[in-house]
Design a protein around this ligand. Structure first.
Ligand SMILES: Cc1cc2nc3c(=O)[nH]c(=O)nc-3n(C[C@H](O)[C@H](O)[C@H](O)COP(=O)(O)OP(=O)(O)OC[C@H]3O[C@@H](n4cnc5c(N)ncnc54)[C@H](O)[C@@H]3O)c2cc1C
Length: 378
């Protein structure tokens, strides 16, 4: 496993960063917060599609760029840096990996085609209120009928759930045979946008009432163990991408706090010269580098299909959660009163980092996963 970025990967990261600096400055994020995005939302997504970022990890044989998860993760980090209000995390970090991991070639052609050729938004619905992303406790039910599978239940925290064309729903068979994955068109469900902490990353509740899924739209039949493993692998990719995105966001908070500590003078000195600030800034950097290193490690285990990928992803998400707690708390504190101001951009980053901990399992949930992987019984 090579921990250095290759020249091509550095070029990719730099070019993504410069595009986002140009196309998604904080004024665009502010417009999303204040409901003034209008056509900007679509424009930003069009730019992302024109640059083929949704195709980054899709094999060339399927019309993709043929790169891997390491490159996808680098883009996710930049998405977090720029707090991008566009459906990248839903479509590229969730929908595309789920399609690639679970569906048949003819299904892949159709589902990926809508994204790569038409710029359609896709998403994945796994989480539910009460059980979060723990698929062993989900209650959305799939019942086998003569005409196909019928889905009933309500999904929560669905990224871009109100804007997606296709939603890949993970549900449990009514006879408890296991989990399955089903491609559902958005007009077959009721999606309600949910106001949460970070308005630049829209989430929705998705209600499924007797939604009939024909056999050709079933990606994974409940009971198919290989298919269920594919669902888990896709969830690992989404989780690692969120961890990368969180560390990207946390780095901006850290950089801004460091600069403020150097510039802001009180008692005739920069506040960063006071031990109470200096030592805590060092702790912030250590937490950030730990989270960032674990997120890169998780991304590489996925890229190389390393057997440690599951525990690596949980360690990365747990470290990202711990990192955001410290960085958000001290970053806000050290900016003094200005950090509380709506007019200051800092709160976009604080809210994106904080909400990241709540998505795809909190630090506590992922620490429990690591404990289980270590053979520590509950
Ligand atoms: C919601 C809100 C309401 C407010 N309402 C009022 C109001 O009604 N009236 C009013 O006058 N003010 C008000 N303020 C302003 C408030 O008094 C100041 O924000 C506060 O005194 C901090 O000053 P500052 O913002 O300039 O931060 P800075 O002085 O820039 O401090 C930045 C950081 O450095 C730390 N720091 C500074 N000096 C030292 C040191 N020597 N050792 C260790 N750490 C240090 C601070 O604790 C802080 O974490 C309000 C602020 C907020 C957030």
């Amino acid at each position: 496993m090579d921990f250095e970025l290759s020249e091509e990967q550095e070029q990719l990261r730099d070019s993504v960063r410069s595009v986002l600096e140009r196309e998604c400055p904080p004024a665009v994020v502010r417009a999303a917060y204040e409901g003034r995005l209008d056509g900007e939302h679509d424009r930003l997504w069009r730019v992302i599609c024109e640059l083929d970022w949704p195709a980054i990890a899709v094999p060339e044989s399927m019309g993709g760029l043929g790169m891997g998860f390491a490159e996808l993760a680098l883009i996710a980090e930049e998405m977090g840096r720029a707090v991008v209000p566009a459906p990248f995390m839903s479509t590229v970090a969730q929908f595309v990996p789920m399609v690639l991991e679970t569906s048949l070639p003819e299904q892949q052609k159709i589902l990926l085609g809508t994204v790569l050729d038409q710029g359609a938004i896709g998403t994945v619905a796994i989480a539910e209120k009460g059980s979060g992303w723990d698929m062993s406790r989900m209650s959305t039910e799939a019942r086998r009928t003569r005409d196909g599978w019928v889905l009933n239940g309500t999904k929560s925290f669905v990224f871009d759930g109100a804007d997606a064309t296709t939603i890949l729903v993970v549900a449990r068979a009514s006879d408890d045979e296991g989990i399955g994955a089903f491609a559902v068109p958005s007009d077959a469900v009721t999606s309600t946008a949910v106001k949460l902490l970070d308005p630049s990353q829209p989430l929705a509740d998705v209600e499924l009432r007797n939604v009939l899924v024909p056999d050709d739209a079933v990606l994974v039949e409940p009971g198919d163990q290989k298919g269920a493993a594919g669902i888990r692998r896709a969830l690992e990719q989404a989780t690692a991408a969120v961890a990368m995105s969180m560390t990207g966001t946390c780095r901006v908070i850290f950089d801004s706090t460091l600069q403020y500590a150097k510039d802001r003078e009180q008692f005739g000195k920069p506040i960063g010269s006071f031990q109470a600030i200096k030592h805590r800034l060092v702790n912030m950097l250590i937490a950030l580098e730990r989270a960032s290193s674990l997120a890169y490690f998780a991304a590489l285990t996925i890229a190389e299909d390393d057997p440690r990928r599951s525990i690596a992803v949980s360690m990365a998400k747990a470290a990202a959660g711990d990192c955001q707690r410290l960085i958000v708390q001290d970053g806000l504190q050290f900016h003094g009163g200005i950090g509380y101001m709506w007019e200051q951009d800092l709160h976009f980053y604080l809210k994106r980092a904080k909400s990241g901990d709540l998505l795809f399992g909190s630090a506590a949930a992922h620490k429990a996963n690591v404990a289980r992987a270590l053979g520590l019984a509950a």
